[in-house]
Design a protein around this ligand. Structure first.
Ligand code: PEP
Ligand code: MN
Length: 344
């Protein structure tokens, strides 16, 4: 249930409504929008008399939230959530472009890639140090050494680091190196992990599980939000279908659906969705046209010899050409790509 306060409700009105809701055994989540404050009634308490609550001073409306996700819903938070990232706000007309290799392979590679993607206009650097691989015999990532190289790359280029965390116990260690926690598709429903990143105040890039519905993605986001972290970016990275020509099937529907259902920014990952670099450009442009707030893209200087996901990785020059196309497309859909300041 949500309580919509009127535009002229006083702080005293708001505190009294909150106290009443708490006295019934519920938790409260406050959404202070540009226009009005919305109070979310969360958890299990005693039955609430909606009519009586509606008579309290400053209350405009008391509405049941029809979805199982509450804090993630647009009803609860009508304004877009904006997440600061390297001088832009993800969720605003500025598009976020997160780029870099699938995995950190060595120090030189990640530092060179960081410079390359930054010069092309990237907002943030991606790179996995702990890799969730289907086979235990595949490259598992450099671990903490990889995180150190990422932090060095950030130091050299100023690009914030987006990197995957797989173990809730490692969240405190990641805080020393990362700027955005990536939750991978395979861990979208790892509730201990969602709890741990929900207790941090770091932005989270939450990837849709490969066989998860849109509602399950929103419920996973709800776990993070309900632990107090409102900085969640939802990521569509393709889902499993009967089609095998591409690695996954990019669910373009998910973009407008998520934008309507939720206030959280939506990032598209065309690389994992298609699995072949030659389709990455088309799907990137389609995602932006459909309303995505940004992209996460895999870029590698020598894809044939990449430790992981070389087949879907763009070479740096192709990535730069794609950013130029996005720059030209963006104004047609009310967006823009902020030109990076290359002073460092
Ligand atoms: C990745 O980003 O390299 C990755 C493993 O992605 P996903 O979790 O979407 O498969
Ligand atoms: Mn990858």
């Amino acid at each position: 249930m949500i309580v919509v306060m009127s535009t002229n409700a006083s702080t005293q009105d708001i505190s009294e409504v909150i106290a009443r809701i708490r006295s019934m055994g519920y938790d409260v989540h406050l959404s202070e929008g540009k226009e009005r404050t919305i109070i979310g009634v969360i958890g299990r308490g005693r039955p609430i008399d909606r009519e009586q609550l509606g008579l309290m001073s400053g209350v405009q409306n008391v509405m049941p939230v029809s979805h199982p996700y509450k804090i993630a819903s647009r009803e609860f938070h009508p304004d877009d959530t904006l997440i600061p990232l390297n001088g832009i706000k993800v969720g605003s007309p500025d598009l976020a472009i997160i780029a870099g290799p699938c995995a950190v392979e060595n120090r030189t590679q990640i530092i060179e890639m960081a410079h390359a993607v930054r010069e092309a206009g990237a907002t943030a650097l991606r790179g996995g140090a702990f890799k969730p691989r289907t086979s235990p015999y595949s490259f598992q990532g450099l671990g903490e050494e990889g995180l150190r190289y990422l932090a060095e790359a950030r130091e050299e280029t100023g690009l914030p680091v987006v990197t995957e965390v797989m173990d809730p116990q490692l969240v405190p260690m990641f805080c020393d190196y990362a700027d955005v926690f990536q939750i991978g598709a395979r861990n979208m429903q790892n509730y201990a992990l969602l709890h741990a990143v929900g207790e941090s105040q770091f932005p989270v890039l939450l990837k849709r599980g490969m066989s998860s519905t849109i509602e399950e993605l929103l419920m996973a986001a709800e776990y993070i939000l309900s632990h107090g972290n409102m900085r969640v970016m939802l990521c569509e990275r393709g889902i499993r279908t009967f089609e095998t020509f591409t690695r996954n099937t990019f669910d373009i529907n998910a973009i407008p659906v998520l934008k309507q259902a939720s206030h959280l920014p939506v990032i598209a990952d065309p690389s994992h969705a298609v699995g072949k670099w030659e389709y990455v450009e088309s799907i990137s442009l389609a995602a932006i046209a459909a309303g995505a707030d940004g992209l996460i893209l895999e870029v590698h200087a020598d894809p044939e010899h990449a430790e992981s996901d070389g087949r879907q990785s763009l070479k740096p020059e192709r990535f730069a050409a794609l950013v130029e196309k996005i720059r030209r497309l963006a104004p047609a859909v009310g967006r823009q790509v902020e030109t990076p300041v290359l002073a460092r």
